[in-house]
Design a binder for this molecule. Structure first.
Ligand code: GAR
Length: 221
């Protein structure tokens, strides 16, 4: 049997990305085991999703801590006591500090609903629509001390259509989030990720991606 990477998932909301990770594990495509799901929001639906699959959950409310560092210390304690090797932020709406970063250097991933470095921060989908971007997408990246600025592991591109709203674009992006996040974790679990400065290289089996995308489509050019 292949070794399963022990992961901890940090959530704040609906947890659809958590669900895609759970499903990928149950389908045998992702060699990981979710040891704990931690939420800073006590009624996050993500907790219910974890409990439905008998995954241990923990609520650590940021409101109970005076500083971001103290909150992160509590998270680190929970992760360490579960012997977590990769921290997966899945819709976790808190900025983390050096306390968490130093405890898991190069071992924290996040998913962001835009093609970074475009549209970091909050409301990334709305930013893309308002800006008039023709493409947006999603990015899984390692977390560093900046906001959505760490080394990029994988991205998916979707078109922004003329009649898109924040909601329709978010739905199109979310479908791709559910594909690339389990893939990024599997790259890590199978030991295929190499970091060259801030360029993430995937050893073996990377599909060639050479096709250019155009939106609107080209007519004969
Ligand atoms: C996802 O779209 C994720 O990319 C985004 O929150 C949503 C969580 O959905 N994360 C961020 O914006 C982080 N800056 P989920 O709870 O259903 O996985």
């Amino acid at each position: 049997m292949r070794r399963k990477l022990p992961i901890g998932v940090l959530v704040s909301g609906s947890g659809s990305n958590l669900q895609s990770i759970i499903d990928s594990i149950e389908q045998g495509r992702l060699d990981a085991e979710i040891k704990v799901v931690i939420s800073n929001i006590h009624d996050a639906f993500a907790l219910k999703r974890a409990q439905n699959h008998s995954i241990p959950t923990l609520v650590i409310s940021h409101e109970n801590f005076e500083t971001r560092e103290a909150f992160d210390e509590a998270i680190v304690r929970a992760l360490k006591s579960n012997r977590i090797e990769l921290v997966v932020m899945a819709g976790f709406m808190r900025i983390i500090t050096h306390v968490l970063l130093d405890a898991y250097p190069g071992k924290i991933m996040n998913i962001h609903p835009a093609l970074l470095p475009s549209f970091p921060g909050m409301h990334a989908q709305r930013q893309a629509v308002d800006y008039g971007a023709k493409f947006s997408g999603c990015t899984v990246h390692f977390v560093d001390s900046g906001v959505d600025s760490g080394p990029i592991i994988i991205q998916a591109v979707v078109p922004v259509l003329d009649d898109d709203t924040e909601e329709t674009l978010s739905a199109r992006i979310l479908k791709e989030e559910h594909r690339i996040y389990p893939q990024a974790i599997q790259y890590f679990a199978s030991g295929r990720i190499r970091l060259n400065n801030r360029r993430v290289m995937i050893a073996e089996g990377q599909c060639e991606m050479s096709t250019a995308l155009h939106n609107p489509g080209l007519s004969g050019f």
